[in-house]
Write a protein that binds this ligand. Structure first.
Ligand SMILES: [Zn+2]
Length: 424
């Protein structure tokens, strides 16, 4: 075993599992990196933590969240519960956003996400004549102020169209020169969706950044902007740098058609974020019974090799009037809605909020000797059990530094009552 210079580790996390029901192991940390992973490590450490059988991993990765417009329910009306209404109401509300207001609402969500074990997220930030650059400036401050616990990337996002509002293009361009990490488009709100896709790619290529599209947010299998995104991805050689959110129309297609699209997405290297909370709330509003779920089949896309994630999207706004930034809960919601039951399928859903989600953001993930000591402990036997039970997140470290602690549930039994274990 390699020990650091003075022979003493900074931190030793004892008795955790790193695979489903795997043997207990210890993790030793020095200078923010993992120095050793092995059972019963015999070494000195400044501090030690008893994992007591918890599952340890690199943390959840939220591939798609809107920090700028979270927590605005009190400023909006929801009468129809449709996508059109959500876009309209939010667009009205954002004219009144101030930088401090965006910061305060985003900080609340980021702190919830941290406490739920999220260590990385991609936040969309709307930049247009109504929002100006105020939301962007606020989220940049959030990115820097919370870097001790979470890596946040900022997607400069055109929610309300581009061809209809050309000044937005220059504003996105300016944001990309001023610290935005990537660019995002929303063809479904643009009168010319194909031109919209091309304009977003123009910015992505100019700045050498990834592109992320809100796409095909409908239940009409014949209505799609996907060919334009696939063609542009190929044309610019942007494979592995393009992601799509929603794609709810996949939920209305025959399995063979879904498979054909999945194979093409895998080949062209386009990733997909499925956003069950929003999709369940907004789609199928024209049905008064047997309401369609409107959630794209993430597990089927993943089975065909598409990099697929499940993500939060919105919290407490007209797009999703619920939310707590828990990806554990979102994974459970997806698995439930998708009617999954087999262990391997449910473990696959855990990957969609962890390792596969990290792959979508081209970010490292996984506990390895020499790797970053960002470690989250879940009170669970492993990924599958965690998703089934919405297992509580206990505590976490970012690069070896403790970043939050929820503690473990304690049950105070009366004296002389025998402790009862849960039979899994
Ligand atoms: Zn979104």
């Amino acid at each position: 075993m390699t020990t650091p210079g003075n022979g003493i580790f900074d931190l030793l996390i004892r008795n955790v599992r790193i695979t489903e029901r795997g043997a207990l192991t210890d993790i030793a940390i020095s200078n923010g990196r993992i120095g050793a992973i092995a059972p019963n490590l015999r070494c000195e450490a400044v501090e030690s933590f008893e994992g007591a059988g918890a599952f340890a991993f690199s943390g959840f990765v939220d591939t798609h969240i809107h920090l700028d417009k979270a927590g605005i329910l009190g400023r909006c009306q929801i009468c129809e519960g449709t996508l059109a209404e959500a876009v309209r109401e939010t667009s009205k509300a954002k004219s009144g956003f101030t930088e401090d207001d965006v910061y305060a609402r985003a900080a609340r969500v980021v702190e919830q996400a941290i406490a739920h074990g999220t260590t990385r997220m991609r936040s969309f930030v709307e930049i247009d004549p109504r929002a100006g650059l105020r939301s962007f400036e606020a989220i940049k401050r959030i990115r820097s102020d919370y870097a001790f616990a979470i890596d946040i990337e900022i997607c400069a996002f055109a929610q309300d169209g581009l061809t209809n509002e050309p000044e937005t293009f220059a504003m996105l361009d300016a944001a990309l020169s001023a610290g935005a990490d990537l660019v995002g488009g929303c063809p479904y709100t643009d009168p010319d969706p194909v031109r919209h896709v091309d304009m977003i790619f123009e910015l992505a290529v100019k700045h050498g950044v990834a592109a992320d599209f809100h796409l095909d947010f409908n239940l009409d299998p014949t209505h799609t902007d996907l060919p334009a995104v696939i063609a542009a991805t190929r044309r610019h050689g942007w494979q592995g740098r393009v992601a799509l959110g929603h794609v709810t129309n996949l939920s209305a297609m025959a399995p063979a058609d879904v498979a054909a699209i999945a194979i093409e997405l895998a080949q062209v290297g386009i990733a997909v974020s499925v956003l069950p909370a929003t999709d369940l709330f907004l789609t199928g509003r024209s049905h008064d019974r047997l309401v369609p779920r409107g959630v794209a089949p993430a597990h089927i896309l993943a089975a065909h090799g598409v990099v697929t994630s499940v993500a939060t999207n919105n919290i407490l706004n007209p797009f999703t009037p619920y939310g707590d930034a828990s990806l554990m809960r979102m994974a459970n919601l997806y698995a439930n809605v998708a009617q999954l039951s087999r262990d391997e399928d449910i473990s696959g859903v855990f990957d969609m909020v962890a390792s596969a989600a990290a792959r979508q953001l081209a970010a490292p993930h996984g506990l390895t000797v020499g790797g970053d000591a960002t470690i989250i402990l879940i009170d669970s036997d492993g990924p599958c059990a965690a998703v089934r039970e919405i297992a509580p997140v206990i505590t976490g470290w970012k690069s070896g530094r403790r970043s939050f602690d929820n503690g473990r549930t304690q049950v105070f039994r009366p004296a002389n009552t025998p402790a009862k274990g849960f039979i899994r």
